[in-house]
Design a protein around this ligand. Structure first.
Ligand code: DP6
Length: 351
């Protein structure tokens, strides 16, 4: 579907810049088929984040004579030879769908607004931004691409770079992975959440507490692999799919408390999988636990709607309704700042 043959014409040198935002999963993708083509074992849904958590990528291309993909990668101005193998593997994976890539030399200059490999999904926003750049090349080559196709294929390509990246192509609530209750959902690319949601979920706050800026001990690709022999995997996938049904109804009704309890449970479920895989890992740090307990205590005392979720790292996303922003943010800075290296203020939108 995403493959075609054509003679192309393009100016010999050029620069393309695209920006993509990170996303935070509400129902987590954790586990994929063992076939190297990034097929998830359960469906997931995320909010693509707003301000301050993005990757901006400049793709500089030069037409070359030899038919071998050649790339150099720079992160915040510094050459990163260690990033090349992953990106080369990505280019090789997608070359069947983007056969033009082998005719170019590429320089990829990328800038993250947040720490790399810290539990904030930098691979999601960076693979998404890079895939959008590649689709821009496809457009420049003279293919007439409909807008829907452009983004669908960008998501398809991004998935081959990093599963969660396929969700960062779109803003708002985004679903990836087939789920029987979500029309159009599929394993190959993400789609925007297709149903109406309650206004409370059209804009919520996500305050991210960076507890640990060091690269993760367990890379998500390894963690996904471990799900293939995980003793609780089958139950986890069933449960994630059930949670998706629960979330659909919560998003419609607008029950923030139910929403919060569901996302906390999902986050702890993900970490329970990580802690019980073979080998096992513990991604949370002591300060992660301190923050969680503080959030729970504050919630009881203040009766405010503040809930946490986690990726496969130590950092914490605190989600709460926009109308409670002032008082909750004040509390975060006064009571939680101590536990964090940095606080990033972001938003989840769904218009
Ligand atoms: C815990 O998308 O980083 O953030 O496909 O191997 O690149 P790869 O994994 P990745 O996994 C993300 C896992 C997660 C949950 C989620 O975002 O759904």
């Amino acid at each position: 579907m995403f493959f075609y043959k054509k003679k192309y014409s393009i100016e010999p040198n050029g620069i393309i810049t695209r920006k993509s935002y990170s996303n935070i999963a509400l129902i987590k993708y954790w586990g994929k088929h063992n076939n190297k083509i990034q097929i998830p074992l359960n469906s997931s849904i995320s909010y693509t984040l707003g301000s301050k958590v993005y990757t901006e990528t400049r793709l500089i291309y030069h037409i070359r004579k030899k038919k071998n993909i050649s790339i150099r990668v720079f992160l915040s101005g510094k050459e990163k030879k260690s990033f090349v193998p992953k990106i080369l593997e990505f280019f090789h994976r997608i070359s069947f769908y983007c056969s033009y890539l082998k005719h170019f030399n590429f320089i990829i200059e990328t800038y993250n607004s947040f720490p790399h490999s810290s539990g904030i999904a930098s691979s999601a926003s960076s693979m998404s931004a890079l895939s959008l750049c590649i689709m821009e090349i496809e457009k420049k080559l003279g293919y007439s691409l409909k807008k829907d196709f452009f983004f669908r294929k960008a998501s398809f390509l991004a998935r081959l770079g990093s599963g969660s990246a396929c969700r960062s192509i779109y803003p708002g609530l985004v679903v990836w992975g087939y789920h029987q209750s979500i029309k159009g959902s599929n394993n190959l690319y993400a789609i925007r959440y297709p149903y109406k949601i309650h206004p409370i979920f059209t804009k919520i706050v996500d305050t991210i507490l960076i507890i640990d800026e060091n690269p993760k001990k367990i890379l998500s690709s390894k963690g996904h692999q471990l799900m293939n022999k995980h003793p609780y995997a089958k139950e986890r996938f069933k449960y994630a799919n059930k949670n998706m049904d629960r979330l659909i109804s919560i998003l419609k009704i607008g029950d923030f408390q139910e929403f919060g309890e569901l996302i906390e449970h999902e986050a702890l479920n993900l970490h329970a999988m990580i802690m019980t895989s073979i080998p096992y890992f513990l991604c949370m740090k002591p300060n992660t636990i301190h923050v969680i307990h503080n959030v729970w205590d504050f919630r009881i005392q203040s009766k405010k709607n503040i809930y946490f979720t986690l990726d496969a790292g130590a950092n914490i996303h605190l989600l709460y309704p926009i109308k409670e922003k002032k008082s909750i943010l004040k509390w975060i800075y006064s009571d939680l700042f101590f536990y964090s290296k940095k606080i990033i203020e972001s938003y989840c939108f769904n218009n």
